[in-house]
Design a protein around this ligand. Sequence first.
Ligand code: DHB
Length: 489
Amino acid sequence: MKNFFAAVIFMLGMANFACAATSDLIFDSSIGVEKTLTCDGREIKFMAYENISYVAEPASEIQKLSVYIPAEYLRGEKINGYSAETAPIFLPNGVGGYMPGKILAPVENDRMSGGANASLVALSRGLVVISPAIRGRTTTMNGVYVGKAPALIVDYKAAVRWIRFNRDRLPAGDVEKIISNGTSAGGALSALLGATGNAPEYQTYLQALGAADERDDIFASSDYCPITNLENADTAYEWIFYGETKYFQAMWQLMPPTDSEAANNPVPVKKSSEMTAEEIRVSKILRDAFPKYLNSLNLRDEHGKILTLDKNGNGSFKNFIKKKYIESAQKALDNGEDLSGVDWIKIKKGRVVDVDLKKYPAAVTRMKAAPAFDKLDLSSGENDEFGDEMNNPRHFSEVLFNENLADKKIIAMLNPMNFIGREDVTTAKHFRIRHGAADRDTSLAIPAIFALKLQNNGVDVDFFSPWAQGHGGDYDLDELFDWIDSVCK
Ligand code: DHB
């Protein structure tokens, strides 16, 4: 009898708890305030509903999001052909350097874009904006590190689930048209969100946070210079940069920033360093390991031709990468840029006819000594990202290491390559991937492999390498939102 009462009390408690948990996720439109900002000389009025918890049992106080809705939609008006019912939902994340990401509120003067930020431009073009803050590798709760992998993707998914849970309460926005956006580590996160829709691996993590019991697949994913596929990023880096032994780092690698904005705006350290004999030795091992990985992917170009590399790193995949740089340089040339001083491309009669990848590393310069990501001394941001709850860094690539590795399941949960083409996953229908031709943070091969695998699995991918563009994002917002219109309308 005692047990019976205990069970009833327990069940009542659980029911009460479950109700409280779900009700905590209900969107309350009464907190909205109207704001006005100027974008391109035009006044943009919008409703702001800020700092809303997107999980019922947060692991950190930062797990909050803000909703921004063009004011027109509350009056039943249309913008850019969208209505309150059809407006896509732009879901930017502010993650950089695998650090905690802040909510990206609309602002008029943004360092990344040089003007209105992506959130404000999105509103001006009739999109609803929902931006979650996201745990990062330095997030703690009572001295415990609660933001290590896979926290960032769990949070982004929880935000998507929150949106779907509130589909009938949000004043505007089509929950079947969610479009993620991010840069660098945030680009990797955006790529991962797009590639892992409803993947069962994340379920227990989401449940533990009291995330809404909803789908977490999205419609489209915009990924600027994604620092992704981390287990293979070292080999891809040496495939491009092998032979270049001078490197200079960005300031944030020497002095970890306290926020993601600093991580997104690295200040180059002028003084270059020389790689040690040991680093040069592993550089060769990593370079030599890349063809095997690349060939294991069975990638095909748009004509169905298999893309491979021989043991020296030459072959059809290399030609594919060269073509991406040729395409990039040609566009710059067509736009009237003077490329006569660029020694790694060959121009004949106004056409870019070849690129010399051997000369590329000296021209663009190496940023990171080998290994670029999974450091011998565990000192990288990525080692930290895969660290444990007590902040001990871990290895994550088996190319060089067989000890002190992070949990293999967690490593796999951070790599979008593992999810593409799986029956139990809903991949976003559209991806836009950008990686600057002068980006030295990761090899162009990494986003290229990701784009190809998506394409080979029937996904619509717009992949381009903008000329002279270094590591950064949101630099082409007009084109980004044109692309969003083109896939949504
Ligand atoms: C970022 C840049 C890097 O070079 C890196 O290794 C990880 C993250 C970033 O800017 O987010």
